[in-house]
Design a protein around this ligand. Structure first.
Ligand code: ADP
Ligand code: MG
Ligand code: ZN
Length: 482
């Protein structure tokens, strides 16, 4: 049999919202502290404790929806999704079901030069569950017991559900990459996949090319990097293809991707919606988001990466610089802060993406923790543009700036400014020319490059502080006049 199959993928992304507090209580939205320390009666699920919706979480959900071109529902409803698991003391998760906050959006991806629109079915808000800490073994299967940490219980998530519009592992990867970038640029989610702030589940099925009907899907969980996402999908497609070709069928189930063996294995059969006995959460009112509020959120929204891309193109940045900045919103934010009036964005980009990024990376410091303020880097760039410093001198000053000193005071202390005053350089230049009559002849006979030797001599005498292009002009001038 020669059947060729087509892959069909729909992705569900859970993104943790960057609020200060949890979704329905005032506990801090952070896990850095000891187990079960950021908890209260609400997030512990104690009987009688009542949830109160976090307004900032709603703002972030609407922001994400606007960034993904969704329609925002004027009235959305929280529902109880009932199931038992030790990390869910209430016995239900507060989520949204048939009336989610955002619907009907899209996100465009480009793979190998071809652009394509991926539909976003819906975005709903929900609380996260706690965390089981398995003891005694790395895998769930070999564990001797599990402890429950409820710090994560009730932290705010949005779940972004795509249409089954994705057709390859590569498209899936680009989709999640773009989505992550949008959420990070809009300030909604920190995008850290390793720490689980952004988690993607891939629903995968295959169908014979040319047929309409979707095949039975499996849902792959536990994908915590772009590379695992691609590999997990590829291995799942291979598994399903082999099953069907051997006359067997795919069963609808949830599968777990093992990064080590690079295969997926069955976790549980997939529960259907009716198994969860969804019903409207009686402890919360329906959520109303007025069009005035949406307009207000829109007005205060940070730049969407598409807009950022356009801005950088207009500012004249190179493709490479734009790519680097779009991959690191913190760097982009630092760059934007450096670009004040009167400084050239291309000159700033050269430093931010180049030597300055290198020194931060070398010291393992992120842009948001940079000891060099954007204003200090701007001054440095301006000093180069004015000719007070050469590029080389500026680069040598970066380590000193990492102690928090501004470039002006470093220059003042060391006296190491660039000499760009012609009158100061002319006597030295004349003296050097006097010592090399042979070079004078060469230059006069049209070999202007011969002057390079003299420039080198001047730079040596001034310990690199003379401004090279000025030195060249002055040397040629002097020789012409002899
Ligand atoms: P559930 O509630 O079971 O997770 P959803 O209706 O929310 O189901 O769909 C989950 C995801 O599965 C969506 O992203 C959707 O696009 C995708 N999906 C649905 N059917 C298929 C299929 N046959 N093959 C691949 N993906 C699918
Ligand atoms: Mg789902
Ligand atoms: Zn709490």
């Amino acid at each position: 049999m020669n059947t060729v199959f087509e892959t069909v993928i729909g992705i569900e992304v859970h993104a943790q919202l960057r609020t200060n507090t949890k979704l329905f209580c005032g506990c801090p939205n952070q896990f850095g502290t000891g187990p079960n320390s950021n908890v209260c009666p609400v997030c512990l699920g104690l009987p009688g404790a009542l949830p109160v919706l976090n307004k900032q979480a709603v703002i972030f959900a609407v922001t994400a929806g606007l960034g993904l071109h969704c329609q925002i529902r004027e009235t959305s409803v929280f529902s109880r999704k009932n199931y038992f698991y030790p990390d869910l003391p209430k016995g239900y998760q507060i989520s949204q079901y048939d009336l989610p906050i955002c619907e009907h959006g899209h996100l465009d991806i480009t793979v190998e030069g071809v652009s394509k629109r991926i539909g976003i079915t819906r975005i709903h808000m929900e609380e996260d569950a706690g965390k089981l800490v398995h003891q005694g073994a790395e895998a769930i299967s070999g564990s001797t017991g599990s402890l429950v940490d409820l710090n994560r219980a009730c932290t705010p998530l949005i779940e972004i559900v795509s249409e089954p519009d994705i057709r390859s592992a590569q498209e899936a990867r680009v989709y999640v990459e773009n989505l992550r970038r949008i959420l990070m640029f809009l300030g909604v989610c920190d995008g850290n996949m390793e720490e689980g702030s952004l988690r993607a589940d891939a629903n995968v099925s295959i169908r014979p090319v040319g047929t309409e009907k979707f095949g039975t899907r499996t849902e792959i969980k536990n994908v915590n990097s772009f590379r695992s996402l691609e590999r997990a999908i590829e291995s799942e497609v291979a598994r399903q293809t082999a099953l069907i070709l051997s006359g067997s069928t795919v069963i609808q189930e949830t599968r777990h991707y093992d990064d080590f063996t690079q295969t997926t294995k069955s976790l549980r059969s997939k529960a259907d919606a009716h198994d969860y006995r969804y019903f409207p959460e009686p402890d919360l009112f329906p959520l109303h988001v007025s069009s005035a509020w949406i307009a207000e959120i829109k007005a205060s929204m940070k730049l969407h990466p598409d807009a950022v891309l356009l801005k950088y193109k207009t500012e004249g940045l190179s493709e490479f610089e734009i790519q680097v900045l779009l991959d690191d919103p913190e760097m982009a934010c630092f760059f934007d802060a450096c670009c004040v009036d009167g400084v050239s964005p291309t000159a700033v980009a050269k430093w931010v993406v180049g030597d300055f990024q290198a020194i931060l990376r070398d010291k393992k410091i992120s842009f948001s923790d940079s000891p060099v303020a954007p204003a200090a880097l701007t001054s440095l760039v301006q000093m180069i543009e004015k000719g007070t410093l050469s590029g080389k001198m500026a680069k040598e000053m970066l380590p000193a700036m990492m102690t928090g000193k501004d470039p002006e005071s470093i220059v003042k202390e060391s006296g190491a400014t660039q000499i760009s005053d012609g009158d100061a350089l002319r006597p030295l230049i004349a003296a050097i020319i006097d010592q090399h009559p042979d070079v004078i002849e060469k230059v006069k006979s049209g070999k202007r490059n011969a002057a390079d030797f003299l420039i080198g001599q001047v730079m040596k005498e001034t310990k690199g502080r003379a401004k090279p292009d000025l030195v060249r002009t002055l040397i040629l001038e002097d020789i012409q006049n002899r």
